[in-house]
Design a protein around this ligand. Structure first.
Ligand code: MLT
Length: 405
């Protein structure tokens, strides 16, 4: 009989955002008059900017003419996009990343999950707690997480690094030796950022122990404070220990368009292998590249108009963050994040459980959030709000929350 991957059977319930969506739909079906405002999944609401649309239209026309039509593209991405990334996202910040260290993909979520293909099952994996659930679930699927302990809400083989109020939501180097370390800054879900010194400690740790840092900087476009590092490669030594994930989803409204990239430096070697070569091998075998039209759209955000227009959109979301933070603070609630991230990490009033507060907010204010406990045990007692809604809807959601409380 066909055997299934037993690790899938160990996964608890459903994927966090699917569960949130299911509960919202169930509530909606039972209360059809309710006008629900979703500040739950971090999905953008602003349309693609004109520079992107124009580039994509042009690319569609090219695909419709025999002389300019393109079939399979390079699995790693077209040179025009890899060159633009190296130039604008790295060189402009004083960081040397070569185009052939950049792998264009259909999403940071896919890459964060797929990267596990090239690492052994017996590596010890360390994750922040709370954490973007993709890191945990994909390691569980691969058999690196062990067994799920329902009562504790955690996997017995993963190393959890609590990110709590007491440590400024910043993970500390674990006592256990970790081989693979997931870091995400600006952080999803807490919105916290890491300083240069903090990142330097991680880089030194990883180089000393032969570990690999998987650095998710999908939200770097939301950094507003001067000295916050935008990329881990701003930290000396990162080229020999870190892989970086980036995405156009939140930067340029590509959640429905699908385009991202992963940087694997050629200096990164582990277990006698060049990690760049392994990832290239994996991508060539399992991935056929991002559509040409989409990559043209992504490249357009590096033009002067594209940069200006996407920054306007980021500013729009930042204005929402301010509305949310101001409203919550007026209501006497404690919240953090928001300044360098599109996420606000709200402490539930009266130590209410995350899912209880989620239900209360949905029922009494018709506002949907994401329960902190869904991101890990240390997220209990918090919920995450996103700034990706429309400005009017966000204002109204905050008014409703304040009124409810
Ligand atoms: C989130 O809400 O955390 C994100 O939208 C999920 C994602 O980027 O996959």
């Amino acid at each position: 009989m066909t055997k299934v991957n037993q690790n899938f059977l160990k996964l608890p319930g459903s994927y966090l955002f699917s569960e949130v969506a299911r509960r919202i739909s169930a509530y909606s079906a039972a209360n059809p008059q309710a006008k629900i405002i979703k500040l739950s999944i971090g999905d953008v609401t602003r349309p693609l900017v004109p520079a992107v649309i124009e580039a994509m239209h042009k690319a569609v026309d090219e695909m419709g003419a025999e002389e300019t039509f393109r079939g399979y593209g390079p699995e790693q991405g077209y040179d025009f996009l890899r060159d633009a990334i190296a130039e604008h996202d790295y060189k402009a910040r004083g960081v040397d990343i070569a185009p052939d260290e950049i792998f264009v993909s259909d999403g940071a979520k896919s890459d964060c999950g797929n990267i596990g293909d090239i690492f052994g099952v017996d590596n010890v994996v360390a994750v922040c707690d709370p954490v973007y659930p993709v890191y945990v679930d994909t390691n569980a699927m691969a058999g690196r997480a062990g067994d799920y302990q329902e009562e504790l809400g955690r996997w017995n083989k993963l190393v959890y690094m609590p990110c709590v109020e007491a440590n400024g939501f910043s993970p500390e180097i674990p006592k256990e030796k970790a081989d693979i370390i997931y870091l995400c800054f600006p952080n999803n879900p807490t919105g916290a950022v890491a300083t240069r010194d903090q990142l330097k400690e991680w880089v030194d740790y990883a180089n000393k122990n032969g570990s690999v840092i998987l650095y998710d900087s999908a939200y770097k476009a939301f950094i507003t404070e001067e000295d916050v590092p935008h990329t881990i490669y701003e930290i000396e030594g990162a080229r020999t220990c870190a892989i970086e994930f980036r995405s156009y989803s939140k930067t340029a409204g590509f959640t429905g368009n699908r385009c991202a990239y992963t940087v694997v430096p050629k200096d990164l070697e582990r277990d006698g292998a060049k990690i760049n070569a392994l990832w290239n091998r994996r991508q060539c075998t399992k991935f056929n590249g991002v559509p040409y039209v989409v990559q043209r759209g992504a490249a357009a955000i590096y033009t002067p108009e594209g940069k200006r227009q996407t920054q306007d959109v980021i500013d729009y979301y930042h204005a929402n963050t301010k509305v949310i933070m101001d409203g919550l603070s007026k209501a006497g609630l404690s919240a953090s994040g928001g300044v360098n991230a599109p996420y606000i990490w709200l402490k539930t009033p009266d130590n209410m459980g995350s899912w209880d507060f989620f239900d209360l907010l949905l029922d009494k204010a018709n506002v949907a959030c994401t329960p902190g406990a869904g991101f890990g045990p240390s997220g209990e007692g918090y919920v995450r709000l996103t700034a990706f809604g429309g400005a009017e809807a966000t204002k109204e959601a905050v008014e409703r929350i304040v009124k409810m409380l």
